[in-house]
Design a protein around this ligand. Structure first.
Ligand SMILES: NC(=O)c1ccc[n+]([C@@H]2O[C@H](COP(=O)([O-])OP(=O)(O)OC[C@H]3O[C@@H](n4cnc5c(N)ncnc54)[C@H](OP(=O)(O)O)[C@@H]3O)[C@@H](O)[C@H]2O)c1
Length: 345
């Protein structure tokens, strides 16, 4: 069975990554890719890595036709604003934005500073991280996107949360270092090369919106995120500092991480005694859907440092979205997602 899929917002960074994955996916055909500003241009004129693979040209969003699966990769608020139209065009919707990630309208209003435009639909979107919602995604009609910083944080914390090891009486502090592609393809003063190159810049030391997704997924109420922009194009690295309910051994921690990763096709544990890549590192994940997890135990203080590296455009956006499609449509979960990343890069 081959499904016809279309992408709204295909000229952006997440849209381009969706195209890269879907044009090589064995069970889908890309029907349409929309862009208002690039209508009529060939895909490769915006995404040069796609040259030679497809003769598709961008169509205007107003010319979107019915299809089997519709991916939305739009700026914040645009998917929710026009969701009725999109749902009339496709039975299966996967939205990469933050519009349908939070199930609680009150949490949405608190973190996004306005009432949700379609609160009645929030319950019909399954949270789009297969490591969290695999069973619910199977056969689902609508999936939300995931926040890239939230995903790195959630995957760093979930092995400890699932094992019941996090002390709810102590704060969980998470530092996330992020690459420039998180900001999307639209240029701004802060993305200008002389301003962005070489940066180690506190972007959101407090108050980052993805905190809401971390609270929703982990159930923790004392998580504190700080986001720092670093010299990367792709990549997010979450370093979480966690205190546990009781003194633990490394062996118990290994059990918790192994138990979490065991049946996950895209979660790997990275914890080596020697070599260059002893802990997770986004550098070797560019273009891959893997989330690498690692940890270190400071036995003297009981602090666990839990680390997760991802490619923000892959596990943190398009990769998870395609993994969701595979589950929703009954395909092999890993279909189209086997690229392992590059080394050296
Ligand atoms: N970048 C990341 O690392 C990342 C990670 C996770 C989630 N996300 C989420 O994914 C979404 C897309 O992010 P991005 O980084 O790809 O953004 P982007 O590079 O700015 O791309 C946005 C796309 O939306 C299109 N667009 C803008 N307004 C539109 C409208 N009203 N109707 C239809 N199309 C419209 C744009 O093309 P035209 O203007 O030409 O139409 C462009 O193709 C965002 O909601 C973001 O929060 C991003």
């Amino acid at each position: 069975m081959t499904l016809r899929v279309s992408i709204v917002g295909a000229s952006g960074y997440v849209g381009g990554e969706l195209l890269r994955l879907l044009l090589w996916h064995p069970q889908v055909t890309v029907a349409q890719a929309t862009s208002g500003r690039n209508t009529g241009r060939y895909l490769y004129q915006v995404h040069p890595n796609l040259r030679g693979r497809s003769n598709l040209q961008f169509v205007h969003p107003d010319r979107l036709e019915p299809c089997d699966v519709l991916f939305l990769a739009l700026p914040h608020g645009e998917a929710a604003r026009a969701i009725g139209r999109y749902q009339s065009l496709a039975p299966t919707i996967i939205d990469c934005s933050a519009d349908f990630r939070l199930s609680d309208p009150a949490a949405y209003a608190r973190w996004y500073g306005e009432a949700h435009p379609a609160p009645e639909l929030l319950g019909s979107f399954v949270y789009g991280l297969p490591e969290v919602s695999r069973a619910a995604l199977q056969g689902a009609r609508c999936a939300s996107g995931v926040g890239c910083n939230a995903t790195a944080t959630n995957l760093a914390l979930l092995p400890l949360v699932r094992a019941g090891l996090v002390d709810p009486g102590q704060p969980v502090i998470v530092e996330v270092k992020v690459g420039s592609s998180e900001g999307g393809a639209t240029v701004s003063e802060s993305s200008h090369h002389p301003e962005r190159a070489g940066a180690v810049r506190s972007f959101a030391p407090v108050g980052h919106r993805h905190t809401a997704e971390v609270e929703q997924v982990t159930g923790l109420r004392n998580v504190h995120l700080s986001i720092t922009s670093v010299e990367l194009v792709r990549g997010a690295l979450a370093t979480a500092h966690v205190f546990t309910t009781r003194p633990l051994s490394e062996k118990e921690l290994w059990q918790a991480y192994r138990s979490f990763a065991r049946d996950e096709p895209f979660v790997r544990i990275v914890k080596e005694r020697q070599g260059v890549y002893r802990f997770p590192e986004p550098k070797i994940l560019a273009g891959s859907n893997y989330a690498d997890l690692g940890f270190a135990l400071d036995a003297a203080t009981g602090r666990i440092v839990s680390i997760c590296a991802i490619d923000n455009l892959m596990k943190g956006a398009a990769g998870s979205a395609v993994q969701c499609m595979n589950l929703m449509c009954g395909f092999e979960e890993t279909a189209g997602l086997q690229f392992p990343g590059l080394h050296p890069v």
